[in-house]
Unconditional design. Structure first.
Ligand code: SF4
Ligand code: MG
Length: 321
């Protein structure tokens, strides 16, 4: 069976600069895949590429394919993409305010999705909206539906955005750091509500995050992005028990609890290079504690791992991982 979503050799550019460079991963039906990496690694860009929104930031697909249920999204017209967005592909953005219209009542904003994508009547759409709001544990859904976004807390607004993403009866939800703009106290709650609903409905979720703790808790598999390339793609069990890529190991070292057990919070020295300053060879080499001389010259190829994952590191080909 084909994957629900698969990216192969995807490159995205702005002008002559390649921001994503040969990115590939796949997502199966009913699966939660974490896409992780520090900010600047290309996570949001990947989400924009899948949803056909690259033109918003002046970027475009240079090479490669994005297959959703067999069809290549990079070859679709704007009209076809608009039909998919909000319909079979739901999108939850980082900041709920960018997804909500400040001058419309939130219930109406959810109604519109199922009217447009499922062809429901106004009354059928409203009862679907109230039902979804209740499933998202929004207390007093009727009153909240009549509110304007500014009357709601950040956590409540993000529940409304998740209801909008679910309203079109999607097969796939893409959530780009869905809790980053929220208070720490409500972050865990929103992730739990989102992933519970996704599991109950058998939907696929691409969860973009920089939080390896969240990945450990809710994801089935992980793709690790570094400077526009995939460093490692693995099952969650594999990546936490035996991370193959030095960057993954460093990221896992950044989980507060595990880092504390190891004796202090370790950051990864240095920062993700910008696209204009991507180094030759392995892009992680200036920060890598395991780098060998070849790393500054040759780009590491993706290698299969015994557990079905892949890793792009010269030490893997040398059998040293
Ligand atoms: Fe480190 Fe070299 Fe592996 Fe890159 S290829 S992660 S620099 S060891
Ligand atoms: Mg981002």
């Amino acid at each position: 069976m084909t994957s629900l979503l698969s990216l192969s050799q995807l490159s995205v550019k702005v002008g002559r600069t390649r921001l994503l460079d040969g990115v590939g991963f796949s997502l199966e039906r009913g699966e939660i895949l974490g896409l992780v990496g520090e900010s600047g690694s290309g996570k949001s860009l990947t989400a924009l590429a899948i949803t056909g929104l690259l033109p918003l930031i002046g970027a475009s697909v240079a090479e490669g394919a994005i297959r959703f249920d067999g069809a290549d999204l990079t070859r679709m017209t704007d009209r076809e993409l608009r039909r998919l967005r909000g319909g079979r592909i739901g999108f939850v953005m980082q900041n709920p305010m960018t997804a909500l219209d400040p001058v419309q009542r939130v219930g109406g904003q959810i109604d519109v999705v199922s009217r447009l994508h499922l062809g429901l009547s106004a009354s059928a759409a409203r009862s679907r909206t109230l039902d979804l709001m209740t499933q998202l544990r929004i207390p007093d859904a009727g009153a909240v539906a009549d509110a304007y976004p500014h009357q709601l807390s950040g956590g409540m607004k993000q529940r409304v955005v998740i209801a909008m993403a679910l309203a079109g009866d999607p097969d796939l939800i893409i959530a780009d750091e869905p809790t980053t703009a929220l208070d720490v106290t409500v972050q865990a709650q929103i992730i739990q509500i989102l992933t519970t609903l996704v599991r109950e409905r058998g939907l696929a979720l691409l969860l973009i995050t920089h939080d390896m703790g969240v990945v450990a808790q809710v994801c089935d598999r992980v793709a690790v992005l570094y400077a526009g390339r995939i460093a490692e793609e693995r099952s969650v069990a594999g990546i936490f028990s035996n991370p193959a890529h030095p960057y993954t190991r460093a990221l896992i070292g950044c989980i507060p609890q595990e880092a504390m057990e190891a004796g202090g919070l370790r950051g990864i020295p240095g920062s993700v290079p910008t696209a204009a300053t991507y180094p030759a060879g392995c892009r992680f080499h200036p920060r890598c504690v395991s780098a060998i001389s070849q790393c500054a010259i040759d780009r590491p190829k993706e290698r299969p791992l015994p557990d079905g994952g892949t890793v792009a590191c010269h030490l893997a080909s040398a059998g040293a991982l």
